[in-house]
Design a protein around this ligand. Structure first.
Ligand SMILES: [Zn+2]
Length: 419
């Protein structure tokens, strides 16, 4: 007779090892590829990128890769610690002893799990900002601002997260066999709600938005949006430079009326033509309904995931196979939810090249749209500046790109834009 609990343990361990080996292999490839091309600017960029900028991008990529290796090891250890080594089981027992069974215990279990995970990740996050970003001249954050962001983020997370967590756990307990369907509806509504309040309620907590006072840029962008069939609901500059020298521009808002937000760093780096081209690219994403397509995919995936969780949460081996003894008196929803969220990424990692490829295809489509509504040379020079300002390597490893890159490498984008 087979033992499903033991089978799950072995499956979990096997997939964890396969994950680690694949990620190690990818990182090694990326490091070797970037290092091998460090000495010389690729031919296609010989006229536009200096050797110094090229080498800075290579060194930045290599430094980030080293940190990602530490991250990889830490993640695997944490995962083992929570599951087979009994961490989650222990946390469950402690909260049961303190609070007894019930909704409060379940909510506290999830929240304390999230807090512990956050604390484990803190040192590396500190090092990324004040070690690497600092060393390469990208960091503008002070320790005081970093700490204040941390607590604000925690507060917003609790305020927004607790109600939906409580609702989902309650549906799991009281919603019957179809709880996962009700929970999915609640999550879809919740996600739309957060998207709706984010630009006006959440983002102003972290950044200052001031109306754009550059009249000629405003005029150009309005004209561009008219041509593309959008209405500008307002132009704002965001003080992104308070934290980082990396730059961006984006639109917010539902429907065809959009608020346009420029990072102050972007305004400094790009001229009017380049700015117009970058915004035309962003409008391309809306015209091709990329955001909607991504959202529908994520809703479909989460429906399938919740249905799977609906079944798994009823199986004793799902808990015991992952190192947790389920509570005898019921009330295992929080445990099931946490185990599922811990283990699922191990499996979805292997299909991540599919979603990454789709995202890169969307970028090509947005670029193609941009060159029909703005000037192609301006888009090329804007992209070059952005790649350079963000110190993105021009010579990534193709396999690494296939797994991780949501945007195509500069060489591919420029080749298509100039064609
Ligand atoms: Zn894009």
């Amino acid at each position: 007779m087979t033992n499903p609990s033991l089978t799950l343990t072995f499956l979990f361990a096997g997939v964890l090892i396969a994950n680690l080996l694949t990620k190690l292999w990818l990182s090694t490839r990326q490091v070797q590829h970037v290092a091998a091309h460090r000495a010389q600017v690729p031919d296609a960029f010989a006229q536009t990128i200096s050797l110094q900028a090229h080498q800075k991008a290579a060194d930045y990529t290599l430094a980030k890769s080293r940190v990602s290796l530490i991250d990889l090891g830490l993640d695997a250890l944490t995962l083992l610690g929570w599951t087979l080594m009994g961490g989650l089981d222990l946390l469950n027992q402690i909260t049961q002893d303190l609070l007894g069974p019930g909704m409060t215990q379940q909510v506290v279990l999830v929240v304390s799990f999230a807090l512990i995970g956050g604390v484990i990740g803190l040192p590396l996050s500190l090092y990324q900002t004040f070690g690497i970003e600092q060393r390469f001249g990208f960091n503008n954050t002070t320790l005081a601002l970093w700490v204040s962001d941390l607590f604000k983020g925690l507060l917003v997370g609790l305020l927004l997260g607790l109600p939906i967590l409580w609702l989902v756990l309650w549906l799991m307990e009281a919603g019957g066999n179809l709880w996962w369907l009700y929970a999915w509806c609640a999550l879809v509504v919740y996600q739309l709600f957060v998207m709706w309040i984010a630009p006006n309620v959440i983002m102003p907590l972290f950044n200052k938005f001031t109306p754009l006072d550059d009249a000629s840029l405003k005029e150009r962008v309005s004209a561009l949006m008219d041509r593309a069939g959008f209405t500008a609901k307002g132009f704002f500059v965001m003080d992104g430079s308070r934290r980082s020298a990396h730059s961006n521009a984006f639109f917010t808002g539902f429907g065809s009326a959009k608020r346009v937000v420029f990072f102050d760093t972007l305004l400094k780096q790009l001229n009017g033509d380049e700015m117009e081209a970058v915004l035309a690219h962003e409008l391309g994403h809306f015209k091709h309904r990329h955001i909607l397509k991504m959202m529908l995919t994520s809703f479909a995936v989460s429906l399938a995931g919740l249905a799977l969780l609906g079944w798994l949460s009823q199986q004793v081996w799902f808990y015991t196979g992952l190192g947790v003894i389920p509570n005898l008196n019921g009330g295992n929803s929080a445990l099931a939810l946490l185990l599922f969220m811990l283990v699922l990424p191990l499996f979805t990692f292997f299909v991540s090249p599919l979603s990454a490829r789709r995202s890169r295809r969307f970028e090509f489509e947005a670029d193609a749209y941009a060159v029909t509504h703005a000037q192609a040379p301006a888009l090329s020079s804007a992209l070059l500046k952005l790649y350079q300002d963000n110190a993105s390597t021009l010579t990534p490893d193709p396999w690494y790109v296939a797994f991780y890159y949501s945007h195509p490498p500069a060489s591919q984008r420029l080749a298509r834009i100039n064609a």
